[in-house]
Design a protein around this ligand. Structure first.
Ligand code: GUN
Length: 289
C-alpha cells in the first residue's frame, strides 16, 4: 500500500509557484495578490483563512484578509465584493464559506468577477470547466487531479466512483474525471444520499473519491482489492485515548480500507494541503491573465 503524501506533493507545487512568482517580480511585475473575506467567527473558517494567508506569504503571494462581523448585511458584503472586483491591486479573492444564514450564498458568488474567482465557484468558471475551456477550477478537485498525476495513477478507462455531489468537490470532480483530457477519460459514477445498492457500486471502483461529509463512511467491505482511495473529508471526533481528547479523521475508515488499497490519502496530510496549493496556483493564473 502506498500512502499518498499530500504535504510533499503540495510542497513541490508551491516550490514551482514560488519560482514563477519570483520570475514575475524579476521582470518588474507586481507580486500576485490574494484576498480573503471572512464573515463571522466560525473557528474552522478562521483556521482555513489563516493557513491560506501563511501559504500565500511563503510563496511570495501578497495576502490580505477582510474580517467582517457575523452581523454584516448582504448589501455590505456585496459592496466589499464590488470594491475587490475593481481593486487593481487584487488579482483574486475568495469569500470563505459557510456564510451566516441571512446572506444568500448564490447572490454572493454571482457578484464576484469570474476572472478573480480563484475558488472557481462562479457559474462562468463552472460552465467553462464543463465545456473544457480554460477556467479557474475549484481548488480541491484541482488538487486531487494533481495528486493522481504526481503518483502516476491512470484514470483513462477506469471506473471511478465519486461519493458526494457538492458544488465544491463532488460535482466538479465527476465532470473533470470524465472529460476527454489527460487526467480524465474515466467512467464516472456520482453517488449521493439517494443512491441505492451503494456497496455494489463502490466494489466495482478502481478509484474512489470520498467527499460525502460523514466520518469514516467508506468501510473496508465497500472497497475492492487494489483500489485507489482519495479521502476529502476532515472531521474532529471525540477520542478518550487521544491526548487532546479528539482525533482527526476523514470520510474513510482508514484502518480497514488501507488494508485493501494500492494507494490511499491520509487525513490529515492528504487532500487538505493540496487544496491550498491549488488555490495559490489559481491566484497565479489569475494574476497572469
Ligand atoms: N469552505 C470550505 N472550503 C472552502 C473553499 O474551498 N473555499 C471557500 N471560499 N470556502 C470554503
Amino acid at each position: 500500500m502506498i500512502l499518498i503524501d499530500g504535504r510533499e506533493a503540495a510542497a513541490k507545487l508551491k516550490k514551482e509557484i514560488a519560482r514563477e512568482v519570483a520570475a514575475m517580480i524579476d521582470s518588474d511585475m507586481k507580486a500576485p495578490h490574494l484576498a480573503a473575506v471572512l464573515v463571522g467567527d466560525d473557528p474552522a473558517s478562521q483556521t482555513y483563512v489563516s493557513s491560506k494567508e501563511k501559504a500565500s506569504r511563503a510563496v511570495g503571494i501578497t495576502s490580505s484578509i477582510y474580517r467582517l462581523s457575523a452581523k454584516t448585511t448582504e448589501k455590505e458584503l456585496l459592496d466589499l465584493i464590488d470594491f475587490l472586483n475593481k481593486d487593481e491591486e487584487v488579482d483574486g479573492f475568495i469569500v470563505q464559506l459557510p456564510l451566516p444564514n441571512h446572506i444568500n450564498v448564490e447572490r454572493i458568488i454571482n457578484a464576484i468577477d469570474y476572472r478573480k474567482d480563484v475558488d472557481g465557484f462562479h457559474p462562468m468558471n463552472v460552465g467553462k470547466m464543463v465545456l473544457g475551456e480554460p477556467s479557474l477550477i475549484s481548488a480541491t478537485p484541482r488538487g486531487i487531479l494533481y495528486l493522481l498525476e504526481t503518483y502516476k495513477i491512470e484514470t483513462k478507462g477506469k471506473n471511478v466512483v465519486v461519493l458526494g455531489r457538492s458544488n465544491i468537490v463532488g460535482t466538479p470532480m465527476s465532470i473533470l474525471l470524465s472529460r476527454k483530457a489527460p487526467n480524465g477519460d474515466a467512467t464516472v459514477t456520482l453517488c449521493h444520499s439517494r443512491t441505492q445498492n451503494l456497496k455494489e457500486i463502490t466494489l466495482k471502483a478502481d478509484i474512489i473519491i470520498a467527499a460525502i461529509g460523514q466520518p469514516e463512511f467508506l468501510k473496508g467491505n465497500m472497497v475492492k482489492e487494489g483500489a485507489v482511495v482519495i479521502d476529502v473529508g476532515i472531521h474532529r471526533i471525540d477520542d478518550e485515548k487521544a491526548a487532546k481528547g479528539y482525533r482527526l479523521t476523514g470520510d474513510v475508515d482508514f484502518k480497514a480500507v488501507s488494508k485493501k488499497t494500492s494507494h490511499i490519502t491520509p487525513v490529515p496530510g492528504g487532500v487538505g494541503p493540496m487544496t491550498i496549493a491549488a488555490l495559490l496556483k489559481n491566484t497565479l493564473l489569475a494574476a497572469k491573465k
